[in-house]
Design a protein around this ligand. Structure first.
Ligand SMILES: Nc1nc2c(ncn2[C@@H]2O[C@H](COP(=O)(O)OP(=O)(O)OP(=O)(O)O)[C@@H](O)[C@H]2O)c(=O)[nH]1
Length: 388
């Protein structure tokens, strides 16, 4: 679009935005009216000047009135409740003006011919049904005025009236036909756009649903459903990555295997659901006590593993001993019951000889057995990974 036109369109849009249009259809009609008014105002000025110098003062005065009403209407459309009333009023004035022009007009120049543009404008502005009604009304009014007002040059010529009517009706029919097809294609385009928008919306919802499902599936695949810690497979895979990283950067890391002591007794004494609740609470406590960088997983029934990153064996032992102490003093409470548990921990730190996570796990596991064998509620460090 030409920059001047798009500037005008933005002014028109602003006017329409400020108006009280309820539907997009109303807004479209108002858009047409504002454009017609913007084009008609300069044309009216030319028409006024021409008639003024031709001595047709009465016509010039009527057009001045019409132009004034159009300018005023541009202010009123943002104020009134129903903006369509404004252009209906202007249309009535325009119609009266055309009739008066045909009565007062310069006979030799046939001012009545200006009326030919009315069907085009009214259908453009009001749509087919109302536009045709207004156009037919104008035709009737013009014919009556031609017959009644004794305009000798025109009124006496029945032939002129017939020719005028035929051309007027042809213009009306062609415009109406064009408007009909324009409406049809516009409606079709709107329908297609709505369908496309709906499909896009559905597609977006489907993508969201699948993303959520994928996230859920990933979570289910990697996490233990009871404790929400990593499951054995995912823990070992994450631990493998981290061990490689630590080895590459020459950083310490220690694996801790934790087993709840005499957990069978908890199940046997209080029942399996309480046993589950203990496991859940223990996992929560475990998460709270760990560093953000540490990785924790549930390896089996009541067995857990933690990979303590950036922690050499001695630091890990201190940290795990604190945790062991914390667990032994923690009052696990369920349904009015309070119970205490203890844990045994086996540690194994990576060194230059560590080949893989299984070695580290095996070393931590043997340390855990030692902790169990030597009385439970203890932390033991493994004797180092199996040598290459
Ligand atoms: N409630 C519950 N119990 C479980 C779960 N998984 C394993 N267990 C129980 O954990 C208990 C483990 O018992 P054991 O392996 O004999 O060991 P323990 O009684 O803890 O004794 P120590 O390890 O030698 O101190 C068994 O009774 C299992 O049934 C679970 O998901 N929920």
């Amino acid at each position: 679009m030409h920059p001047l036109l798009s500037k005008c369109q933005s002014v028109v849009d602003r006017l329409i935005e400020k108006s009280n249009c309820k539907t997009t259809h109303d807004a479209l009609r108002l858009n047409h009216y504002v454009w017609l008014a913007l084009i008609s105002i300069p044309l009216s000025i030319i028409f006024i000047i021409k008639n003024f110098f031709a001595g047709n003062y009465s016509i010039a005065a009527v057009v001045v009135m019409l132009m004034g009403s159009m300018i005023a209407s541009l202010f009123f459309i943002t104020k009134v409740k129903r903006p369509s009333m404004v252009y209906h009023a202007t249309n009535c004035l325009f119609l009266v003006m055309l009739v008066l022009v045909s009565i007062w007009g310069d006979k030799s120049e046939g001012q009545i011919l200006w009326s030919y543009m009315y069907p085009v404008l009214s259908i453009f502005l009001f749509g087919n049904r109302l536009g045709v009604q207004w156009s037919v009304l104008l035709l009737v009014a013009l014919l009556v005025s031609l017959v009644m007002n004794g305009n000798i040059d025109l009124a006496q010529s029945i032939e002129f009236e017939i020719r005028f009517s035929i051309i007027y009706l042809t213009i009306l029919s062609v415009t109406s036909w064009l408007e009909y097809y324009r409406n049809r294609y516009t409606d079709e385009a709107i329908r297609q756009r709505k369908t496309l928008e709906k499909e896009r919306e559905n597609l977006e919802q489907e993508i969201d649903r699948r993303i959520q499902l994928e996230t859920k599936l990933k979570r289910l695949a990697n996490h233990d459903s009871l404790t929400e810690l990593y499951n054995r497979r995912h823990f070992l895979s994450r631990a493998t990555e981290e061990i490689h990283r630590a080895q590459r950067h020459d950083l310490p890391a220690t694996m801790a295997l934790i087993d709840i002591d005499k957990f069978k007794e908890v199940n046997d004494t209080y029942g399996h659901p309480i046993g589950d609740a203990v496991l859940k609470s223990f996992a929560k406590l475990c998460k709270q006590s760990l560093r953000q960088t540490d990785i924790a997983g549930r390896i089996g029934g009541e067995e857990f593993a933690i990979l303590l990153l950036h922690a050499p064996a001695e630091h890990a032992r201190l940290a795990m001993d604190r945790f062991r102490q914390q667990v032994s003093e923690y009052p696990f409470q369920f349904e009015g019951l309070q119970l205490n548990i203890t844990i045994s921990i086996g540690l194994s730190a990576i060194d230059d000889n560590t080949v893989n996570v299984d070695q580290l796990y095996a070393a931590a596991d043997s340390a855990l057995y030692r902790a169990k064998d030597t009385g439970r509620n203890r932390v033991e460090i493994g004797r180092g990974p199996i040598q290459k």
